[in-house]
Design a protein around this ligand. Structure first.
Ligand code: TA6
Length: 293
């Protein structure tokens, strides 16, 4: 695509953060959003006349090469610490590299953006595989993401990933998540013990879990605000995270009480659901976020 077509696109303004991170501000009749090519990261999304559907930290660092605390960072090609080389960056490299904008379209009802990341010398030094990843956003009153990875190598490779979505809540201890009842999870707070979820997920302190073999719709509930619906296809893991007071206080890019206003519900494939891709094989996933009702 000719980059000038982004300049010609209606509803958008290309700006830059104070620390030099290029931003795409979108003000559309159906929604408002903020995107950056770094990590193909959606930072904010709000349907017109509705509540924000994503949370971004008021202390987020918007600087090239730094991961941004909020919105939907893409953790890829590994989720969490690297499985065998703990010195490599947590959550892979995709969230801190610039992706290439391949397509941007707009009409009065919706907008679409497609970003692509391909291996190069820098990625191969960290992960010696040839790949192409695409993240396509379809925005209207809801927010739809299509994630696709193709193995361009002559050997199979393993990958894990998460669409690490941050959602807003008014008060974390009043919030709950439905859709994960009776599923097994790895509880990272208690040292990756395997546990069984009984009823909705509630929050009384730090929560850091990988739910396995998930694919059903989820909802974030809280009295006094519309629920947020999360649906996915192709994502067999759901990660639920809230750092709690103590860990949050140690994070430079979160205000001390920030943990009270956010929860991560992340669709992906990790741990037992790590993927193997044969040469030429493609993995496809879809995630939709919308206000309930
Ligand atoms: O998704 C949950 C998690 O893996 C947690 O363990 C927590 O560390 C979080 O991601 C944030 O990681 P980050 O590298 O963005 O600080």
């Amino acid at each position: 695509m000719n980059p000038s077509s982004l300049d010609a696109l209606p509803y958008i303004k290309q700006t830059e953060s104070a620390d030099g991170l290029p931003l795409i501000e979108i003000d559309h009749p159906m929604f408002q959003a903020l995107l950056t090519k770094q990590g193909a990261q959606l930072l904010q999304f709000q349907p017109r006349g509705g509540q924000p559907l994503l949370w971004m930290s008021s202390n987020a660092i918007l600087k090239p090469g730094k991961s941004v605390r909020g919105g939907i960072p893409v953790c890829f090609p590994w989720f969490g610490p690297h499985p065998t080389q703990p010195q490599l960056p947590q959550h892979g490299f995709a969230r801190t590299l610039p992706w290439r904008l391949e397509m941007a379209q707009a009409d009065a009802m919706s907008m679409r953006f497609c970003f692509m990341l391909q291996d190069d010398e820098q990625t191969q030094a960290l992960w010696p595989h040839r790949f192409q990843a695409r993240l396509t956003f379809a925005f209207s009153v809801e927010c739809e993401l299509y994630f696709e990875v193709e193995n361009l190598d002559t050997q199979p490779f393993e990958l894990s990933y998460a669409l690490h979505s941050y959602f807003p809540v008014k008060q974390i201890d009043q919030a709950s998540i439905s859709g994960l009842d009776q599923l097994n999870y790895l509880d990272k707070v208690s040292g990756s013990q395997r546990k069984l979820q009984a009823g909705p997920v509630v929050f009384a302190g730090e929560v850091d879990r990988i739910y396995l073999h998930t694919e059903q719709p989820m909802q974030i509930h809280e009295q006094g605000r519309p629920a947020i619906n999360i649906e996915s296809e192709g994502c067999r893991s759901t990660i639920v995270w809230n750092p709690g007071a103590e860990k949050c206080a140690q994070m430079a890019d979160m205000p001390d009480a920030g943990y009270q206003q956010m929860v991560c519900v992340e669709c992906g494939n990790a741990a037992d659901n790590t993927l193997q891709l044969a040469p030429g094989e493609r993995h496809r996933a879809r995630m939709v976020i919308r206000a309930a009702g």
